[in-house]
Design a protein around this ligand. Structure first.
Ligand SMILES: Nc1nc2c(c(=O)[nH]1)N[C@H]1C(S)=C(S)[C@@H](COP(=O)(O)OP(=O)(O)OC[C@H]3O[C@@H](n4cnc5c(=O)[nH]c(N)nc54)[C@H](O)[C@@H]3O)O[C@H]1N2
Ligand SMILES: Nc1nc2c(c(=O)[nH]1)N[C@H]1C(S)=C(S)[C@@H](COP(=O)(O)OP(=O)(O)OC[C@H]3O[C@@H](n4cnc5c(=O)[nH]c(N)nc54)[C@H](O)[C@@H]3O)O[C@H]1N2
Ligand code: SF4
Ligand SMILES: [Mo]
Length: 670
């Protein structure tokens, strides 16, 4: 038996789970197995297929192992040494800055890998004199802000308390695919008698396991939440004692409910009045009831106000501060590392909304963007208006992409620099579902000519003659210095096991102290009005490309493009292990909508709107709501049709999010 050694680490993907992992290597440093780390109480002893597939991914045949330069002919790439690559990049970047100023360079970082060291790129850019960066987020910001405005903070109960829920209401959330450990706990609760209800326009793995599935029209959840609240208040099922003591603005909110009688809500949401009434009563009468909102119901322009209406339901029913109950969206308990030491921010810093990169590449002036550096992101696949974004990137003087694999974004680069994987540099990793800080161990030396980004940026600083003292010398000492203020744990503790950083124990808001301006749960929020210009009391309003939009005359179908179990966005889709078992890339359409268009299951269809057009094979399924169609996001290999050719560059009403799920289309037989 050869000697094996096992090393504790963490999966840094943008995934709720952020699993603790145990990686076992043989004498030749080959990964022989990857298991879940039982020391992480939230993620326990298993990882998903993606976690297992790292064993294949790190040595996969198409992994980038050397810097690449676009050939002089423009077609394809040739390998190039680091010296030549960084030398030429330095020259071209300097030229862009001399001719147009530092803001003519765009620095774009995506969510491809999480870790504290990711922020060190700014040590270069700030000394460069500034650059153009992005603000906002493609993912979750409207819900974060709605939660902050309502409860004062983004924290929720420890995941292990899920099993104590008597009812679990999943709203715009598909944890059976996107948070498998949460799903395991939900199934445990269900086995102990809890009812699981899902509100989602689509059938998913989560709805398959649920006791009740309601399928509203996308973008109408605010009406549904207010309709449920009307029933609850009318029936006297609200928790007056909790509200008297801990609610701010309840009377105004109560008046608002008068505009959302059941019949109106039924007609907006497309649900039966009795189904809404039944759910409202069930939710209000069951304690503890856990409401878990996903990120899926805040990918439209009215996202923030919608999330406020939904977030108020646990407070309305006194389900806050209870084990097994509460409001769950994102848990930022572990997000308290000390900030990186960086050079002072220069005057010439410019920022553009992340959901509108294409538009700004096309139109920014004084200076226009002439160079782009992309790291940990694949905007040519993942951002709205991806086809325009590609065209705009292709027109730049310099595009540098740092990635592990050739992606549609890397295809457009002048230089592609090979990136490390999670096993090739140590780091500290926080999470957004559980409260644990975890150590990402360096398990392998980077293969070939691969360098971690920190070393690429250090080398760039050297080329430009900048101060390199911002970069780690002794990496452990560097990361130790980032541990949160007042944190009792040492770095050795973090290396030994995941460390719970929640300050207030396992039950969020158990003390009923809410760090909002009023110190109470805010049913009315002056801050929401002052900061975002929205109504103090949240309401439903139709979206420009929503269920009630006049544009439905031409484009009658609402297109959703969601995540899938075996990929993380555009990652893992290149691996044979994943391709062999995952779901196919199909257009889901309801039989009524298919019949009306003469489209048969398995045939080709064109999906289009004024922004773009793609062609896909159709799956006719009664699982999706009539009037809604669905394509998986993240497909971007070998000419895969790219759904983001259809999505709009909208911005959410709060906190600069994206509006991927507010997208009207028409479908026809191809
Ligand atoms: N396997 C896997 N896991 C992942 C990811 C991945 O790519 N793959 N990505 C990670 C990331 S970055 C994220 S953001 C999370 C997202 O994970 P979730 O929070 O689960 O969010 P989504 O998958 O965006 O959407 C969840 C559900 O909301 C439904 N939905 C869409 N629009 C509406 C609406 O208007 N109302 C209602 N009620 N429902 C709606 C969709 O049909 C979908 O099934 O998952 C993380 N986990
Ligand atoms: N239509 C549609 N579009 C969507 C969404 C949707 O629901 N529908 N969801 C949106 C959401 S929620 C999100 S979070 C975004 C995600 O979009 P992105 O942030 O772009 O995420 P990924 O596709 O996961 O990863 C981007 C790249 O990071 C690379 N990468 C991984 N690890 C490393 C590393 O250590 N170093 C470097 N340099 N690169 C690395 C990967 O190889 C990959 O090419 O997509 C958004 N786009
Ligand atoms: S992708 Fe998510 S579920 Fe899979 S191993 Fe990583 S953190 Fe765990
Ligand atoms: Mo996301």
């Amino acid at each position: 038996m050869p000697a094996l050694r096992t090393i504790r680490t963490v999966c840094p993907r943008n995934c709720y789970c952020t699993c603790g992992m145990l990686v076992t290597l043989d004498e030749a440093n080959r990964i022989v197995s990857i298991d879940g780390d039982p020391e992480n109480p939230a993620t326990g002893g298993h990882v998903c297929l993606k976690g297992l597939a790292y064993a294949r991914r790190v040595t996969y045949a198409d992994r980038l192992l050397t810097p690449l330069r676009r050939r002089a002919s423009g077609a394809g790439f040739e390998p190039v040494g680091w010296d030549d690559a960084l030398g030429e990049i330095t020259q071209r970047l300097s030229r862009v800055r001399t001719e147009h100023g530092p803001e003519a360079a765009l620095y774009y970082e995506g969510s491809g890998s999480h870790g504290a060291l990711g922020g060190l790129a700014m040590a270069f850019w700030r000394q460069f004199g500034g650059c153009t960066t992005t603000f906002g987020d493609l993912c979750w910001p409207a819900g974060l802000e709605a939660t902050r405005l309502t409860y004062g903070d983004n924290r929720h109960n420890h995941p292990s308390l899920t099993v104590q829920g008597r009812m679990i209401l999943l709203w715009g959330h598909n944890p059976a695919e996107t948070n498998i450990h949460q799903w395991r706990l939900i199934l445990d609760a269900q086995a102990q008698g809890a009812r699981v209800v899902v509100i989602d326009p689509r059938q998913t793995d989560s709805t398959d396991g649920a006791d009740v599935h309601l399928q509203p029209r996308p973008g109408t959840d605010a009406a549904l939440a207010l309709g449920m609240a009307s029933v609850i208040v009318e029936d006297g099922l609200h928790d007056s004692e909790f509200l008297d003591a801990h609610a701010h603005g309840f009377d105004e909110y109560r008046q608002r409910l008068a505009s959302f009688p059941l019949e109106r809500v039924a007609s907006i949401t497309g649900l039966e009045p009795e189904a809404i009434r039944g759910l409202a009563r069930d939710y209000a009468r069951t304690k503890p009831a856990l409401l878990i909102a996903g990120f899926g119901l805040q990918r439209h322009s009215r996202a923030g106000q919608t999330m406020r209406t939904v977030a108020l339901l646990p407070a309305l029913t006194g389900n806050v501060g209870l084990a097994g109950g509460g409001w769950q969206y994102a848990n930022l308990a572990s997000h308290c590392l000390r900030p990186l030491r960086l050079p002072p921010e220069p005057a010439a810093a410019r920022s553009i909304p992340v959901s509108q990169v294409a538009r700004h590449l096309e139109t920014l002036d004084r200076p226009p963007i002439r160079a782009a550096w992309v790291e940990r992101g694949n905007p040519a696949s993942q951002n709205p208006a991806s086809h325009r974004l590609r065209e705009a990137l292709a027109r730049l003087d310099l595009v540098v992409v740092v990635d592990q694999f050739m992606t549609p974004t890397a295809e457009l680069a002048h230089f592609v620099l090979p990136a490390k994987t999670l096993f090739e540099e140590e780091d500290l990793v926080t999470a957004y579902w559980h409260p644990y800080l975890q150590w990402r161990a360096k398990i392998l030396s980077p293969p070939g000519d691969v360098r971690p980004e920190t070393e690429i940026w250090r080398a760039m600083c050297e080329r430009f003659g900048y101060d390199t003292s911002y970069f780690p010398g002794d990496r452990e000492a560097f990361l130790r210095a980032l541990l949160p203020e007042g944190c009792a744990a040492t770095l050795e503790d973090v290396k030994a096991r995941p460390i719970d950083l929640s300050e207030n124990g396992d039950v969020a808001f158990a003390d009923h102290r809410f760090p909002t301006p009023s110190g109470k749960v805010e049913f009315a929020s002056d801050e929401a009005a002052a900061v975002w210009g929205v109504d103090r009391v949240p309401a439903y309003a139709p979206a420009a490309e929503g269920a009630e939009s006049p544009a439905r005359g031409r484009f009658p179908l609402q297109l959703l493009s969601c995540k899938t179990r075996d990929r993380i966005h555009s990652q893992f889709g290149n691996l044979d292990w994943v391709r062999g078992v995952e779901r196919p890339h199909l257009l889901d359409i309801h039989p009524d909508d298919a019949r009306a268009r003469g489209i048969a299951d398995g045939s080709n269809a064109t999906v289009w709107n004024d922004r773009g057009r793609i062609e896909l094979v159709v799956r006719v399924t009664p699982g999706i709501r009539p009037g809604v169609v669905h394509v998986l996001e993240g497909w971007c290999h070998d000419g895969d049709p790219d759904v983001n050719a259809l999505t709009a560059e909208g911005i959410t009403d709060m906190n600069h999010g994206a509006t991927f799920y507010e997208c009207l289309v028409e479908v026809a037989r191809a």
